[in-house]
Design a protein around this ligand. Structure first.
Ligand code: C5P
Length: 225
């Protein structure tokens, strides 16, 4: 049947990679396109939700009908998420860099003839999903994370769900032979406290629509107790 409306609900979505600066011209990044996260934001808006999309640097246009906060670093993404609260639900689809450079150089690092290359000391970035999902008055009622795994997918996804205090984990298979990473299709398993649902291989837009409909159903069910 048709999904319930998300009118009157606010949903936070993160999408894309983060860029962690080394110096004014260089950064550490990853290959996330932001395609799945942006599609989820668009699908939620399509069901009537007010959507705040916190996006790292991507080559995609801002989805129509969505408030987009553009950020570069993980620390900026966390701050933008905290500013966007309260939210009824939150979907963390961003591929956040696990580490940033401990000391960003104010001036471009120069190579000196015969000199040794610089050593980059790294420090861990905050876990945005875990921070927003931590128990407290601002915790969204429904918190959804992603897990991109190459092996023992369900065991790792359930571990992540519990460790980060998420309600659902959307697990996908990113073994190179799956062709999913960077591709237009996705094949996911939805891991909840109730168990695991395997979804068919679908276009990323169709995965987004199906997830948005699931979110709408879950929020409607919670609202009526
Ligand atoms: O630990 P891992 O990176 O595999 O977890 C993936 C999930 O956690 C995704 O939902 C991702 O958006 C989120 N995450 C985050 N902040 C981080 C690392 C991951 O929000 N620093």
């Amino acid at each position: 049947g048709a999904a319930p409306s998300l009118a009157g609900r606010h949903v936070l979505v993160t999408s894309g990679p983060t860029h962690e600066p080394i110096d004014p011209v260089r950064y550490i990044a990853n290959r996330s396109s932001g395609r799945q996260g942006h599609a989820i934001a668009a699908a939620l808006a399509g069901l009537g939700a007010r959507v705040t999309l916190v996006s790292g640097p991507v080559a995609l246009p801002d989805p129509a009908g969505v408030t987009v906060r553009h950020v570069e670093t993980a620390q900026q993404m966390l701050a933008a998420c905290q500013t966007a609260l309260p939210a009824d639900a939150a979907v963390f689809a961003a591929a956040v860099a696990d580490w940033r450079v401990a000391h960003e150089a104010a001036l471009k690092l120069k190579k000196k003839p015969g000199g040794t290359p610089p050593e980059l000391a790294l420090v861990p970035n905050p876990d945005i999903l875990a921070a927003i999902a931590a128990p407290g008055p601002q915790r969204p009622r429904l918190v959804i994370g992603f897990a991109a795994e190459t092996h023992e997918i369900l065991m790792h996804a359930e571990g992540k769900r519990q460790r980060k205090n998420a309600d659902w984990i959307v697990a996908n298979d990113v073994r190179p032979e799956s062709g999913i990473m960077g591709g237009t299709e996705n094949q996911v398993q939805l891991v909840t406290a109730a168990g695991v649902e395997a979804w068919p291989r679908l276009d990323k837009d169709a995965v987004a629509q199906r997830l948005a409909a699931r979110i709408a159903t879950a929020l409607a069910a919670q609202a009526t107790g």
